[in-house]
Every structure is written in C-alpha cells, then in structure tokens.
Design a protein around this ligand. Sequence first.
Ligand SMILES: [Zn+2]
Length: 376
Amino acid sequence: MGFDRPGRAVMNILYRLLLLTQVVLIAQAHPYGNHSALHIAEEGDSHSVVARASDSEFTALPNSPRIRVHSSCLSRWNLNQWDATVNQLKAVANYGKEATELVVQILNNNLNNDNPTLDAQQRRMLDLFMVLYGSFMWNDVAAKTREMAIIEGLHRNALEMAALFADGLVGDTVTANWNFFCDESEWVLDPNAPAKTPFWMIKDLPAGPRKQKVSDSLCTIPENYAAGFGGGQAEAVTLTAKHTQGNPNWITFCNGVWAVLQYQTHIWYQPNNQAAVLSNGDFLENMIFNTPERLLAHEFTHGQGQFGNYYAKDIKYGWVDMVQLAIDDNAQTDATKSKPVNNADTFSYWINGVFFNFCNFRSGRCEDVNTAAQRP
Ligand SMILES: [Zn+2]
C-alpha cells in the first residue's frame, strides 16, 4: 500500500473515522478499488486496429490455457506461480458453482414450504445469498419466486466462472480468451484516434483492447467514477477487445497490486487460523481482501467476452455498500437488471465467502455455522 494514492486526503479523513466504529473500518478499508472499464465509448467499433508485434510475447498457463500471461507478468511471477495462483481460484470457483446450484435447489424444493428445515451448511449458504443478493420470508411466495429469477443470473455467472477453467472448453491457445498484462506504462494514447476523443491502447502488442482516456493513466480511477474511489489507484483493469475475433478479454494488473496478492484463501482452513477466525469473528472482507481469488473473481466477471449479457460492472465496492445494494434492489425481478447480479464485487464475495464452510457470514463476520443455525 505504499504507492501513490491521489485520494490520500480523503482517505486520511476516513482513517480518522475508523477510530469511531469498526463498521466504518470495514466500509472504507480499500484505499483503492479494482475497477473495470467505464461503460462509455470504449472500443470504438469503427476504428481500425492495427496488428502489431507477434503473439510470442504471451505464454499460455499450463493448467488454464485459455489464459495467457504477457512477458511483463513473467517478470513479476514465473509461469508456475501464475498457474498456481489461477488454480487457487479454480478451486474457489468450482465450489462456488456447486454452492450456487445447492441454493437453487433449496429454493426450488421449498417454493411451497413456509418453514423448511435447513441444516447448518444449507443455512449458511442461504444466509450469505440473502444478504448479498436479496432476502425473503419463507412464507412469501412472491418474494421466493422473485429470488429464483435473480439466482438465475447468479447461477449463470457461477457456471461461466467455472467454465473458464474447465478442460472441456480449452480452445486453441493462439486465440485465448484471456490475456494478463502487467505493465501500465505500456498503455499509450492511440495516435490514430481523433484528438477530441483520445483512446488508450497497448503499444507494440497485437490488436488489443482500447479504452477512452478519462483519467491520467489507465490505472487511475476517473474522478467521477460511479462506484467511488475517483482519483485513486486501481488494482487492475479489465477490458474486452470487441473488435478482435473471439472477443478476448484483457486484465491489466496495476502497480501496487503485487503486495495485495500475498495471501491465499485456503490459509484460513489451517486449523489454527480457522480457530482464530471463529473466536475473533473476523470479517469476510478482511479475510479475502488480500487474495488473488477475490481480485481475479472480480476482474474476470468484467469480461464481456466470457460473461456476455451478464458481465459485471462496478456499482458498489465492499461489504457494507453491497449489502445495502441488495436491500435497495430487493424488488427487482429481472436478473439482467439485478444490481447485485451485475456488481462485480458481489460475485467475488459470494464465491469467496461461501468457500469457507465453517463460517456463517450473515452479519459480515465469521459466526460458527452451528450456532448461527440455531438462531432466526
Ligand atoms: Zn471492477
């Protein structure tokens, strides 16, 4: 976190507020947010993109060949480290898919049941689902039907996330769907774009994605960014090259993110850590924030080439704002319009949160699943 942070004055005020209440700590613990494209005027379709250097600068990951890393990434971590990092998310994503299907099943089985008996595992999944995607009373059939519609969108994204790593979908690696790029300084202004509408593009690379210039650099969050943190530093930026065959998606990792990606989600499963998490009642947000599983799950959902109509945007960041988003949007019945379904951070918290089978996160803290199941 020791890197340039334009929003420091604002953050200093926030840090003072942290002393007042821990809830504020959790809401504002992100000095910078990972963000996607602004969804305006990116990728001018009429602009001809010039093919530049060869594909030789990219290497496919051994276990996830639909993902390629650029040489700028291999100077950070070696190929095996990248492969292992993505493998961690693969485990979380596969679990997330199964948990999502279980929630679908529980809802489906109990559409006409006012008072279902749920075990502690079913309960923690339902509780986390409700707090992130929308709550309902079991005796409210209309509300349950509404949530079934919302979960279709969540389920579709969970399937896509798992499919990203599925062996059966491995295509030819030359047109891999995902490219990782680890050097923001390679982003330059497109010399061919009209001066009034400058676009960023990656120099000396094959036809890559472009993004309208709305801030000083690609990794500087624009001042008026709807999800907040304007002027701050992004952890990563995801764009889809819609002008290129196969619509490949690009994740650019920004300076400063490397210190963030130092933990792995499964460390909490180590017996000592698990006991500590339970006795402290640690916040989900703190447990997953410095993990590649959280960041990558977030960034991947921005990929229009992978997620189609359900690709996610940055509506809200962080637990407190996401919980409020679910409350505010609770009447939505169209999954394609559901704000929680369309919010990248919500999905990353869902699959990472549900991965911890010893925590019920209905309050945002890790509560013992059996104890939590005893209480309404
Ligand atoms: Zn984002």
